[in-house]
Design a protein around this ligand. Structure first.
Ligand code: CA
Length: 162
């Protein structure tokens, strides 16, 4: 289980890494929004813990950019901002959950577990759909028996999926 921690405060990042590793998670820490954005685009994580107050592009900007790219990685926002409006903005920007600092580590772990479970459930649904579609793609459309051009084959496959 691999977690990306995005946190610019060294002490907080170290505490998160230590606690998560004790729970057998593999932990990658990034200190800036830019570095975090690059990571989530190039590696697969089971969950992302995202601080909102970051130097440069802040957490909300990163979150919006990640969601705009269609990435579904579960994101848990960790922040000192605790007003109702901040929570609503965070969730509207694509966060899956929200935890206000300071928080109890046991609660963080429980929330990560719940996020990962929900992520897995969504993934398995997508996996089943892919499995059901694959045989249709592999077979030539009925009646074509190899006489159709690649272009008509593709069109038929597209039609079959619609
Ligand atoms: Ca911060």
């Amino acid at each position: 289980m691999k977690i990306l921690v995005v946190e610019d405060e060294q002490k907080v990042a170290d505490a998160l890494r230590e606690g998560l590793e004790a729970e057998k998670y593999e932990v990658i820490v990034e200190r800036t929004g830019e570095a975090a954005f690059f990571r989530v685009n190039t590696e697969t994580f089971d969950a992302v813990l995202l601080d909102l107050g970051l130097p440069g592009r802040d957490g909300l900007e990163i979150l919006r950019a990640v969601r705009a790219r269609g990435l579904k990685t579960p994101v848990l926002v960790l922040t000192a901002r605790d007003s109702l409006q901040d929570r609503v903005t965070g969730l509207d920007s694509g966060a899956d959950d929200y935890l206000v600092k300071p928080f109890a580590f046991a609660e963080l772990i429980a929330r990560i577990r719940a996020l990962v479970r929900r992520g897995r459930a969504a993934e398995s649904v997508i996996g089943r759909l892919r499995v059901r579609h694959r045989p249709r793609r592999a077979r030539p459309p009925a009646g074509s028996r190899g006489t159709g051009s690649p272009r008509s084959g593709r069109a038929a496959r597209r039609a079959g999926q619609a």
